[in-house]
Write a protein that binds this ligand. Sequence first.
Ligand SMILES: [Zn+2]
Ligand SMILES: [Zn+2]
Length: 354
Amino acid sequence: MREGEVRVVPDPLAFTAQALARRGALLEVAQGGEVLALLPPELSREMGLSEEVRLSAVGAEDAVACGLGTPLLEAVVGAARREVPITAARVVREQAPKVGHARSLAERFVIRNGVAEVLEAAGAEATYLVAWLAYVAEADERHEGVVTLGVHAQEGAVPEEGFITACDVGGEGTLAPWREPTVVPGAEQWLARYTPAEEERALRGLREATARRHERDYERMAEYYAAMVAEARAPRRRVDGAAVEAKVQHLQAERDNKLRALADRFTLRVHTRLAAALWVLAPVARVRLHVRRRKGSRELVLRLPAGAQGFDRLPCEGCQGTTERPALCDERLHVLCETCVPLASGRPRCPACG
Ligand SMILES: [Zn+2]
Ligand SMILES: [Zn+2]
């Protein structure tokens, strides 16, 4: 604990009352330290309380107890856990990237089928939204993990890992409170756009390992039944041919059922929820780039945020991905990624132009 910092342990009554107030309850402190609470109907239903309720630390005839271990406190704590904490912070100015460095990076920035020229490089600030997504992936085994993803709030460019690290728990000393954050509407849509691919990237190893175990068990089971069928077809005693065939068919049906069940057992089921989100105001080096392709030209903005080794990856205008080395289309110079335009030579087909 830092010097001069005083931490007060909230008492359960105050904690419960505040939690209810955050959810719209009206409070009034009554005699004897009890609290009168008027709950919105929805909250009263969720908590299993009447709309007008008297809360006390210990409980009394006409009061609901909310001390440690009481059902009400448990319910309030449970509800608080389900709330997604969204906070705001700014990256301190000392972390500002060097403008000269950004300029020299920009001079080497590659437009795969065009030319670029730096118009201006300057220090600026930019707003990012960073999300922590907690996933549970279950098949024959259960795995949990967290995927962290950030976006430039307005333009959807994706900052490089170094910036995320600066915003993460390890980033002590880099973050300061951002008291009046500007929330950018639509930023969460950029997050939603990139989430499936990021999640798949995080799950790739798990999917492969699950598929390997599935394959192994599949082969074992298939071999086992193949041996059983072979044995049925070569009986030690004389058996009627129809009986052999019936036995074989029975074995094959059983095998098919078991293999189907196996497929189900090794199907990865993934549940993801937003665990936390952070609005970040960060110092950036902002570069305006003039890009040309054939007779057309346009301007692109590149940003190097605090902590990042490279510019934010630009959103591809042809798909849901991003690009570090864009190509441009002929008509409107749309920014296109390496998947949309794998080869920079020739006339690119532009999904954005249709
Ligand atoms: Zn693309
Ligand atoms: Zn285009």
